[in-house]
Design a protein around this ligand. Sequence first.
Ligand code: CA
Length: 231
Amino acid sequence: MNKPLILVVEDDPPVRNLITTTLKAHGYRYITAHNGNDALLEASTHNPDILLLDLGLYDIDGMEVIGKVRSWSEMPIIVISARSEDRDKIDALDAGADDYLTKPFSVEELLARIRVSQRRLNSSGNQSSGTVFVNGELKIDYAAGCAYIRGEELHLTPIEYKLLCLLSKNIGKVLTHTYITQKIWGSTWEKDVASLRVFMATLRKKLERAEGSTQFIQTHIGIGYRMIKVE
Ligand code: CA
């Protein structure tokens, strides 16, 4: 299978070099853009498989780039941010980004995020359209409204089941607390974020109760949750 084409949008030459050198060393194909307008042009011309996007660009804001790209493409977007504040990452995720990297990041981290996006690319189209979702030992029968681990039915409360479906339908993508509470409760109150934490803990316990069992849900402290695509 062809390695995906990655569009690298970064205005800082040392960081851009680090990224492109890493991609090259690992056999990835890439193109680069140095500002937001070039990013939009390259994205629409080459239709890359993955977009690596620096949020702090000097012409147009990275957030605006996400919004524009999302108006016509579902390509995975990994945001690269020097700002350590969670707020920027949360805004980018809510605007449609899939994942984030905080500067300074390691080469291993960068490659790991790309692999997660690649898995999302490969899995979209085959299982997401059907009524049955499979991820390793987890199976969800959307039509029947049931979830199973190793063929054994999980006893989930309606909210836990809704959470599981939401995460599975967005597999590989980090979902923010705001996004999840809006989808589940239709609100973003503080108390809902607190109950989300409780529901998520019990859901995880049910999913991952067995000794040495697979981890399906990843917690991003202060940001949200993601379902991991199991190998
Ligand atoms: Ca920058």
